[in-house]
Design a protein around this ligand. Structure first.
Ligand SMILES: Cc1cc2nc3c(=O)[nH]c(=O)nc-3n(C[C@H](O)[C@H](O)[C@H](O)COP(=O)(O)O)c2cc1C
Length: 501
């Protein structure tokens, strides 16, 4: 019997959308061969099944097991190149998604993988770092620091042992691109880390993976073993040791110094900087801690040249930004586009506008520490400079849309409570300030707020911003302040009296 090869994502989000049930239902069907790929990130279309047709891949959306005859018959598919959500993207880091089998090293290589590493093996450490400088790549974990500067410090700091650490803690609610890379294109992360190791002279690496990502940790371990067997982890003069370490479920362990404390087996608390990890990090040795997405951007830069990367995006933000759109939109999913697109376009073109019946109220960009934007501010371009000017952050690219049903006092309270829960406790403004902030918001929420409470929140916010040890306390006031700024009436309704002097 002629079998038809079908492609179905094995990504955790796809499984949540029903891909696993579909695979179970079709497992014994002799007329098909099911290939498990990564996801294209168009989660509103999942489970999505693809097959090869004479003119290229075609896709079927929101598939149920009853759709099999149609798909095998080639009826009613949409060419993948004509799916508007995908067609308008510039897939560079996510180029393999939905196409390759994640753990097939040969497929990774066939689609251009390992070219960057080959180039790095040929070049001197200084030349690799120069290529990174030309690329103008900035870290994708939130702080947007120029990558080449960190690498140069680590390279120039003399030490018999240096480390490379991938920050895969990905704690921002609504973000999942690191997880997708680890599950869906793990060799890209390994390649990026190897290039970094070669540039700075590191012999050991760790992938610090958040506890909630078991499939990602499994995929990474498997891919490391394959890379080892293929001899990829051997440099001419030394072997590179790479290991996955699973965290224990703490948001603040995504902060680099807390992460390193946790890696050393201590409680994850934030340390004062300097010294920065590039100079003195894990076990006091030069350590590059970078986000998964940052490492994943590096193979293409070495393969295509720094100038190629710098040709994408805007003046201060080069390359592509990976956005993860969620909340009350019609089309939640992962989007990779060059920097510069206005937020409104992102929501309309990719998010597809509001979910049926929902009306827009606000959008939060940059995770739980990110600012809220009302309708009137949606023309802001997606780039570091414009966001910094607005006192906002792009963070890790999380975009969550809220509808008119959202109670802004409750939302603000939720974010302050999040910081109170997750604070490592090392510095007073964050440890105590977040609890006091939550209490004030609870008073307002219960209608027992005093007129002074909004002023008190503002004073408290200033103290947390200026005196916290890290961005957890330093950024916690922003979602609260932007909620009050744009939706102040909801807060004033909870303020009933003036407290006696
Ligand atoms: C509270 C807090 C949580 C953080 N969580 C993460 C995280 O989950 N992943 C990440 O890559 N960076 C996180 N960061 C930023 C890291 O401290 C660090 O800047 C980043 O890993 C550096 O990588 P990059 O240069 O590639 O951005 C966090 C920072 C703070 C203050």
């Amino acid at each position: 019997m002629k079998t038809t090869r079908l492609y179905l994502s094995n990504d955790t989000s796809s499984l949540a959308a029903g891909a696993g049930r579909l695979a179970d239902a079709w497992r014994e069907r002799p007329e098909i061969q099911l290939i498990r790929t990564s996801s294209r990130g168009a989660f509103f279309l999942e489970p999505m099944v693809e097959r090869d047709m004479p003119a290229g891949r075609e896709a079927w959306f929101n598939v149920t097991s009853d759709d099999l005859p149609r798909i095998v018959g080639g009826i009613g598919g949409t060419p993948v190149t004509e799916i508007p959500f995908l067609e308008q993207q510039t897939r560079v880091i996510f180029a393999n998604f939905g196409i390759t089998e994640p753990l097939a090293l040969d497929e990774y290589q066939m689609r251009g993988g390992l070219k960057g590493l080959a180039e790095a093996r040929r070049l001197s450490p200084e030349t690799i770092i120069e290529e990174l400088r030309l690329s103008r790549l900035r870290g994708r974990g939130g702080a947007a620091f120029p990558v080449w500067k960190k690498w140069q410090v680590a390279q120039q700091t003399g030490a018999e042992q240096k480390y490379v650490v991938a920050n895969a803690d990905e704690g921002d609610a609504g973000t999942y691109c690191d997880r997708m890379i680890m599950e869906g294109d793990p060799f890209r992360l390994i390649e990026g880390m190897l290039i970094c190791a070669r540039a700075i002279g590191a012999t050991r690496g760790y992938i610090y993976c958040r506890y909630e990502y078991p499939a990602a940790a499994r995929a990474m371990k498997f891919a490391i073993q394959k890379a080892l067997e293929a001899g990829l982890l051997d440099f001419d003069d030394y072997p590179f040791d790479l290991e996955v370490v699973v965290g224990a479920g703490s948001y603040v362990c995504g902060e680099e110094t807390a992460l390193l404390e946790s890696l050393e087996g201590r409680r994850g608390v934030v340390l004062a900087k300097p010294p920065y990890p590039a100079e003195s990090g894990l076990h006091g040795k030069p350590t590059i801690v970078s986000n998964v997405l940052t490492f994943a951007a590096i193979p293409n830069i070495l393969a295509n040249g720094g100038a190629w990367h710098a040709s994408l995006g805007t003046e201060g933000s080069r390359g592509t930004m990976v956005l993860q759109i969620g909340g009350r939109v019609r089309q939640p999913g992962l989007v990779e586009v060059p920097f510069g697109l206005p937020l409104r376009d992102v929501l309309d073109r990719f998010g597809g506008g509001m979910a049926p019946g929902a009306r827009f109220k606000a959008v939060q960009v940059g995770g739980p520490l990110g600012s809220l934007f009302p309708e009137s501010q949606l023309d802001i371009p997606i780039c570091y400079d414009a966001f910094a000017e607005a006192g906002a952050i792009l963070g890790h690219g999380g975009i969550v849309v809220y509808d008119r049903e959202t109670n802004m006092v409750e939302l603000a309270r939720h974010f302050m409570a999040f910081t109170a829960d997750e604070s490592c406790g090392k510095c007073t403004p964050c440890r105590v300030g977040s609890v006091r902030g939550r209490e004030i918001l609870e008073r307002i929420q219960s209608g027992q707020g005093a007129a002074e409470d909004l002023m008190l929140l503002s004073d408290l916010g200033e103290t947390m911003k200026t005196a916290s040890l890290c961005a957890l306390g330093g950024r916690a006031p922003y979602p609260v302040e932007t909620a009050i700024k744009h939706f102040g009436e909801e807060f004033r309704q909870g303020v009933k009296f003036t407290r006696p002097a």
